[in-house]
Design a protein around this ligand. Structure first.
Ligand SMILES: Nc1ncnc2c1ncn2[C@@H]1O[C@H](COP(=O)(O)OP(=O)(O)OP(=O)(O)O)[C@@H](O)[C@H]1O
Ligand SMILES: [Mg+2]
Length: 446
């Protein structure tokens, strides 16, 4: 710093000294000093003017030539500018590349600002969501993508799961649309083409349903013959008795699996909410308790029921029955003889709940999230012994889904389990105990 400034200081001192000497020699010290200061100031003003002009007009070009401190100032500023320019260029290139990458993605990607207005969209957004970029910039996404499920999804603000919907550009294309919050009040919308997976899912569903259906008749025939053989009594060679009985049990088991698979396929295929009538749950539960007692047989479980008689549900009776039966019969199956089982049917601020509590064998925590998968069994050996197929809770899950409900499981190994079916308030009908039959709600099909 001092190195830069010292010539400048010496220049000033030299000028003043020369003015003093000349002034003393000619007898006009004050005038000579004034003249020296004016020249000095003038030089600085001139360079200041050149700097201002260069910054205003010619920043792109080389700075004006200057010596001393002004030369350093010009060159220092020029270097700073060059550096900024390089940085800006790099940033612009990076942004360009970033845009190209997002543009090349096969998924529709839309950047949404506050109030869900479109700030940027890639090419796939035009193909999948029918958005035009940049024409649609600044428009709200809800005014362009108007599918009801999507609008609900945006309003709800819970973006943990994607929403599935047909593409606004082509109804045959199925999309999984997801909103991802980032920064402040900003959202990234990503829409993925799921048509292929959707089609495969449909093929799987149809295949399972068709195979199950086709297996029904041969199984019925086999069961019929086996029952005839079992009924033959002494006419049958003694050695055949046991194999025939086991074959009978296994065919019965296969029939149960086929029926469960068919029920699952039906639950998946029919549109949600079809045939929503008011279902009287309390009498249904009383009947199920009797069936559970029969199932318990000699094992003598204590089965208690507390049910709100006035509390009903809008839904499909046979589907709800099948869900509740599966949860209850599991409690009987997985609770040792003499154990206690309590059924509760009640409402609170969140909606209505059917709960089955047992003091049975319980489920280890690692298995709980997977219980509703098809064919999932905690202890395969034990389940097979009790005739379980592992489809029961999958049926429960789908049956509850159709009623906007969900299954909650709390369990501790060796202590017992609580399986709760939760239903939202919109499904609940209170004070229905004396109503014989209510018409389905407006807009409900079937
Ligand atoms: N109340 C319970 N206590 C302990 N374990 C349970 C209980 N309910 C379910 N489970 C476990 O969850 C698994 C899955 O139950 P799920 O009802 O789906 O199948 P399953 O009972 O084996 O066969 P099924 O299709 O005949 O019902 C069972 O195999 C069992 O291990
Ligand atoms: Mg079961």
């Amino acid at each position: 710093m001092i190195g830069i400034w010292s010539p400048e200081v010496w220049k000033g001192i030299g000028l003043l000294a020369a003015a003093l000497l000349l002034g003393a020699a000619f007898g006009y010290t004050a005038w000579f000093l004034l003249g020296a200061v004016t020249i000095y100031l003038g030089l600085h003003l001139y360079n200041l003017h050149r700097l201002e002009h260069w910054l205003r007009v010619g920043r792109r070009y080389h700075p004006p030539d200057a010596r001393g401190i002004w030369g350093d100032v010009f060159h220092g500023l020029y270097r700073l500018q060059q550096r900024n320019r390089r940085r800006k260029r790099r940033l612009a290139q990076f942004l360009d590349r970033f845009e190209q990458v997002l543009g090349a993605l096969p998924d529709a990607t839309v950047v949404l600002g506050a109030d869900h207005t479109i700030e940027w969209a890639n090419e796939a957004a035009a193909r999948l969501l029918n958005l035009r970029w940049p024409q649609d910039s600044g428009r709200r996404i809800q005014t362009l993508v108007r599918f009801p499920l999507f609008l609900e999804y945006v309003e709800r603000g819970d973006f943990a799961e994607p929403v599935e919907m047909p593409s606004p550009a082509d109804g045959r294309v199925r999309l999984a649309v997801r909103l991802i919050p980032y920064g402040q009040d900003q959202l990234l919308l990503v829409a993925r083409d799921m048509t292929r997976i959707h089609r495969l899912e449909q093929v799987r569903r149809d295949f399972v349903a068709n195979v199950s259906h086709e297996l029904r008749t041969p199984l019925t025939v086999m069961r019929g013959y086996l029952e005839t053989l079992e009924g033959a009594g002494d006419e049958l060679p003694a050695a055949w008795g046991e194999p025939v009985a086991i074959m009978g049990q296994q065919v019965a088991r296969m029939q149960r699996i086929v029926e469960d698979l068919l029920l699952l396929a039906r639950l998946e295929a029919e549109p949600v909410g079809a045939g929503a009538r008011v279902v009287k749950v309390a009498p249904m539960l009383a009947q199920l308790r009797e069936e559970a007692r029969v199932l318990s047989g000699e094992r003598g479980h204590r089965i208690e029921l507390t049910a709100d008689e006035e509390l009903c549900l809008r839904g499909e009776e046979h589907v709800l029955r099948s869900a509740f039966a599966n949860v209850l019969f599991n409690a009987v199956q997985y609770t040792p003889a003499g154990g206690g089982i309590t059924m509760r049917w009640y409402a609170d601020g969140d909606g209505a709940h059917f709960e089955v509590e047992d003091n049975g064998i319980g489920v280890p925590p690692a298995h709980i999230p997977r219980l509703t998968e098809r064919f999932y069994r905690v202890d395969k050996g034990r389940s097979r012994a009790t005739g379980g197929t592992g489809l029961g809770l999958a049926i429960v899950k789908h049956a509850l889904n159709r009623h906007d409900g969900r299954l909650r499981v709390q369990s501790e190994v060796g202590v017992g389990s609580v399986f709760t079916c939760d239903f939202p308030r919109e499904r609940v009908v209170e004070g229905c105990g004396s109503i014989e039959a209510l018409p389905p709600p407006k807009g409900a099909a079937g």
